[in-house]
Each structure stands twice: as C-alpha cells, then as structure tokens.
Design a protein around this ligand. Structure first.
Ligand SMILES: [Zn+2]
Length: 396
C-alpha cells in the first residue's frame, strides 16, 4: 500500500537544521518511551544487548553443516548486558538531537538515513491485514515478505531486498498483506552464502544486499500438517537460536571480506517470529557475539501496527553501516570463542566464503541456550540521553 507520508520540510536556523513545523509533538511523545528503552538502565524499561559465549558447535565439523542443521550451544555473559543504544551511538545521537532539540543531522548522508525514519513515523506505520487473527498466524514466508516490504525495506536507504528463490511463487511481485495493490519492492533470488566445507545455506531475506533477516524454522510449527501452519510455538524461540547465530557469523565474515575498509566489522542480523524480533550481531574481527532482548513486533496482537520499539530498532539495524559504532568497549573481552571452536576451518571462514551458488540442505533439530536476565548497564552518554528524554516525558 502506498505510504501516506508527506515530504518533511527542513530549514536552516541558528546554525543548525531543524524540522520546519513542530507539528509532530504527539508523535514524538508516542516514541519517547521506546527511545528511552534503548538507553535506560531501568530494568523494567530497557532493551538490552548481551554477549554470548559458544560452548560447543559444529562450525568446523568433519561433516559440514547447512544452517538448518547447525548445532551451537551457547551461554550468556549475563552480567555484562548493556543497553541496545550503546552499539549504535551515532544513531542514538541523531535520535537524541531530534527528540530533545528538534535538530536534524547536517551531514547529507545521515540526513538521508534519518529522513527514512521521519517519513516512516509520519506515514502509515501498519500493515493492512483484514482478519485480526491472521497477524498471529502468518506463515514464515508471508511474515518475512510483509516485514521486509512494510518495515525493514521502508527504513533502509533503498527498499530493495532479495528473498530466497525457493519461496518464489506464481505471483512473484505480490506482497502477502491484504492490500491487493501492494507490490513487493524485492525479488526472489539465490540467497545462498557460505561454503559447502563449513556452515552454509540460503538466507531467507537480505535487505539492500547488506543485512539478513532470518525466520528460524523452529519459530513455526510444522506447516505441512495443515492444522497450525505458521503458528508460533513459544515466545522466547529466538533467544540463543543456533540458526540465527550461525547465519549472523557467516554473513559477518562475508561482509568483512567484501568491505575490508570499514571502520568496524560488527554486523547485525534480524531474527523474526510472529510476535517478536531479536537482533544478533557478530564482529568477525574481534570475535564478539551479541544478542538483543526480544522486541515486540506489533503494538498489539491484532492491529498490524508496528511497535514503536520495533520501528526504532529496525531503523538502527538496517542502517547499521551508518549508525552502528562498533563493539562497545566493555564487551571487547567477552569473546564468543568462535575462533577457538572453528580453529581448524577458520581460514575457510575468513577467506573462502561466497554469496550465491552455494548448495543447501534440509532441516533438523536445533539446540539453543537460555538467558538468565540481569540488570543491564548504561554508559555515560546513554545515561545523559535517558535523563534528558525523561525530562521531556514528565514535563508538565
Ligand atoms: Zn503489502
């Protein structure tokens, strides 16, 4: 469905750029609690990032594994959790300037990225789904295409995305929402990555050639029985998910090889189920693996309107190339130990992965770790953001 967004007018005023009309006060207030959750150390509010340590995995097994057969047992460095915003300080500074001072970035590239968020906030933040129960019962393919078309793609600099060609169907250009005129901004392609000698397989979705979206098969019950197709099994299914971790690690190594000139190699991947999303990030240089707390996708169970936190986290994540600021210094000693477990085949991960033309294999059972939640920490800059945002929220 076409967005109802209006072109925002930006003016130069007192040595900075700002939104011309302050007509979005209510929108800002609506988003404020979600913005605060990205930088708050308050246990009840926060959206966190927690480092993970791999205890055992089949990354270097003598019989190479596809993503659907990945084994990866992990534990969390639970006491070292930090707020989500700490890995995206550039993005958080842009959001802070906007929410606190109504200022937009001077830098043209940052401004283009930020306008994507402003247009989204100002436009239609929901998916048209006529039957309220359908939101919770979308099948994996439907969910991935709808979210890429209506959320992730809209927040990225270009709305192009690639979907696994195994999903292609007769009506290739059609979205799966209930707007019959809604067309896909992506195409079905070979999305295979990796190397048949190590972890490999097809990504479900790749946004703008830069960020994968994974719908772990275990997030959905067996769709072949025709009874509960697409129904989510349990809420925490994305936490410690081996398939999601493996795809993030392989994609991060590929990004490091493809873009050796980047300032850092912390690369995210979004995992989705019917009701929530989780962001997993891996730094293929420093061997640090991070997982976000689960974030509700929708504002409620039936409306098809995206939650404010999902919008902000998606914007930060799909634009990580501009908004992510490397592994926060407090995580650098929390190694995932992938380098240790994959030691025998590490050169393969570092030098011989490819995008496209890689074979894939069928699914099997996946193990996953459990996180005992601790209060997350917050850096000085995030505390400062939280303080100022709280002042706005509670202003009489
Ligand atoms: Zn649609």
């Amino acid at each position: 469905m076409a967005s109802k967004s209006k072109k925002l007018r930006i003016r130069y005023h007192n040595d900075h750029f700002e939104i011309e009309k302050e007509n979005n006060v209510q929108q800002k207030l609506d988003f404020l609690p979600s913005m605060i959750s990205l930088c708050s150390s308050n246990y009840l509010l926060q959206t966190t990032l927690t480092p993970m340590k791999i205890l055992n995995c089949n990354a270097a097994a003598s019989v190479p594994s596809s993503f659907s057969k990945v084994f990866c047992d992990i534990e969390y460095y639970g006491k070292d959790s930090f707020v989500f915003g700490d890995a995206f300080r550039t993005g958080m500074d842009i959001l802070g300037d906007y929410f606190i001072r109504n200022i937009v970035p001077k830098n043209r590239q940052f401004l283009s990225v930020f306008e994507k968020l402003l247009d989204f906030i100002d436009g239609d933040r929901s998916v048209k789904i006529s039957d309220p129960h359908r939101v919770q019962n979308l099948r994996d393919k439907e969910l991935a295409i709808i979210l890429s078309n209506h959320l992730f793609g809209k927040l990225a600099l270009t709305s192009y995305f690639a979907a696994d060609k195994a999903w292609s169907c007769e009506d290739e250009g059609q979205c799966f929402c209930d707007d019959e005129n809604c067309e896909m901004t992506g195409v079905y392609l070979d999305t295979s990555i990796g190397n048949v000698e190590v972890w490999h397989g097809c990504m479900d979705i790749v946004i703008n050639n830069e960020m994968p979206v994974v719908v772990p098969w275990e997030a959905f019950s067996d769709s072949s029985n025709g009874n509960n197709g697409g129904e989510m099994k349990e809420e925490s299914v994305l936490e410690g998910c081996a398939q999601l971790i493996a795809e993030t690690i392989v994609f991060s190594f590929l990004q490091r090889k493809s873009h050796p000139d980047r300032n850092h190699f912390l690369t995210p991947c979004i995992g989705i189920s019917n009701s929530e999303m989780v962001v997993v990030l891996y730094d293929a240089k420093n061997d640090v693996l991070l997982e976000s707390s689960p974030i509700p996708l929708f504002k409620d169970s039936f409306s098809g309107e995206f939650s404010y936190t999902a919008v902000l986290v998606s914007w930060l994540t799909v634009n990580y190339k501009y908004l992510c600021t490397a592994v926060p210094e407090h995580f650098t000693n929390d190694k995932s130990e992938f380098f240790v477990h994959a030691k025998n085949k590490l050169p393969m991960y570092q030098e011989n992965l490819r995008f496209g033309g890689v074979l894939k294999n069928p699914a099997t059972n996946l193990p996953r770790g459990k996180l005992k939640r601790h209060k997350a920490n917050s850096s000085t800059s995030m505390v400062e953001h939280e303080k100022k945002l709280m002042e706005i929220l509670w202003r009489p």
